[in-house]
Write a protein that binds this ligand. Structure first.
Ligand SMILES: [Mg+2]
Length: 336
């Protein structure tokens, strides 16, 4: 029996069973057996993705609030389902606990986790609890579904497609920088950036919209930064791309930091990651449909560049239309 600070594994599982909704028409066996079991809906394919948040790699206990961590550990996996145009259905949660957390902390974590699942009607169907001498870890496996004809991968970009991002990527990295300063107080603008890091919102509805209307030819969620995630699309789709900083959508808060710090801030914006926005490519034939969605306010997305024919490579043009030396930008890029 796993026990930590006087809480037994059984108690955590019972709390989860009591508080997490198991009501789902396709779920035949939920939490409490050796396996969960669900029926796959006809005409849909299953999507599966898993991700882990690890203490001192992805968060530090002295600044991460348990509720935010719960929310974020769900969001990072749900975001992968969003990036394929899918609908999340089920989740598995593996908790790796240490003696640095108590019962109140764990319950706050689970509440945040539950809230994130509830936003997209995703049902927790199982998991595991272990304890380790050090290093909290939260692994979430998300299971989703998508109609095969709507599934969007990283491989579909063609030369001449436009490159788009949703929202204002970069906020999360700048928010993390502020958290690392461990200040006593932050301004309203700073707190806004911090909250973009602490509680990212996976773009599930937007992903489905772009997929079901066949607007996105390729798509990825921004987990490791616009530059690296775009490079992944380019490598898989075998195209090159040029993006322009003049087009890049900055939040008011990020723009203020760019005005002050210039290139240092751009480095974080393009290379920082953990935004969980979507990056996607759009063929010319779908441009008008996307424009209508943007104008009607159904999606927030900005064109940052375009793809072209040639060996996969990424050019980033700065405000003078000069090439940024991306080798100095702190991310590893290995395009074949
Ligand atoms: Mg991803």
């Amino acid at each position: 029996m796993v026990e930590i600070n006087g809480i037994e594994e059984r108690e955590i599982v019972q709390w989860i069973k009591k508080h997490f909704n198991q009501d789902d028409d396709d779920l035949s066996i939920g939490i409490g057996d050796d396996c969960a079991s669900f029926n796959t809906r006809k005409g849909h394919q299953t999507l599966v993705s898993t991700d882990t948040l690890v203490e001192n790699t992805h968060f530090e206990l002295n600044w991460a609030k348990p509720g935010n961590l719960g929310e974020k550990s769900a969001a990072v996996s749900l975001s992968d389902i969003a990036a394929m145009g899918g609908q999340p259905r089920y989740a598995l949660l593996n908790l790796n606990l240490t003696s640095s957390v108590d019962k109140r902390w764990i319950k706050a974590y689970l509440k945040g986790f539950k809230n994130a699942l509830a936003t997209c009607k995703c049902v927790l169907i199982g998991g595991n609890v272990t304890i380790a001498p050090a290093g909290l870890g939260f692994t979430v496996t998300a299971i989703g579904e998508v109609k095969p004809e709507h599934c969007v991968t990283r491989a579909g970009a063609k030369p001449g497609d436009a490159v788009y991002v949703t929202g204002t990527p970069g906020d999360s990295a700048l928010g993390l920088d502020l958290l690392r300063e461990k200040r006593r107080s932050y301004s309203t603008a700073e707190r806004k950036l911090i909250s973009r890091h602490d509680s990212p919102k996976p773009r599930i509805g937007w992903g489905q919209l772009l997929a079901s209307k066949k607007i996105a030819s390729a798509m990825i969620d921004i987990s490791d930064g616009v530059a690296m995630d775009l490079e992944r699309v380019l490598t898989t789709s075998k195209v090159r791309a040029t993006i322009e900083l003049d087009r890049f959508p900055l939040s008011k808060e990020s723009a203020a930091i760019v005005a002050k710090k210039g290139e240092t801030a751009w480095r974080r914006i393009l290379g920082g990651g953990e935004d969980y926005e979507l990056l996607f490519t759009v063929p010319p034939s779908k441009q008008a449909s996307l424009d209508r969605l943007i104008q009607s306010g159904r999606i927030t997305a900005t064109r940052i560049g375009a793809t072209s024919k040639g060996a996969p490579s990424l050019r980033i043009l700065d405000h003078q239309e000069a090439d940024l030396d991306i080798d100095n930008y702190g991310w590893t890029h290995n395009l074949e």
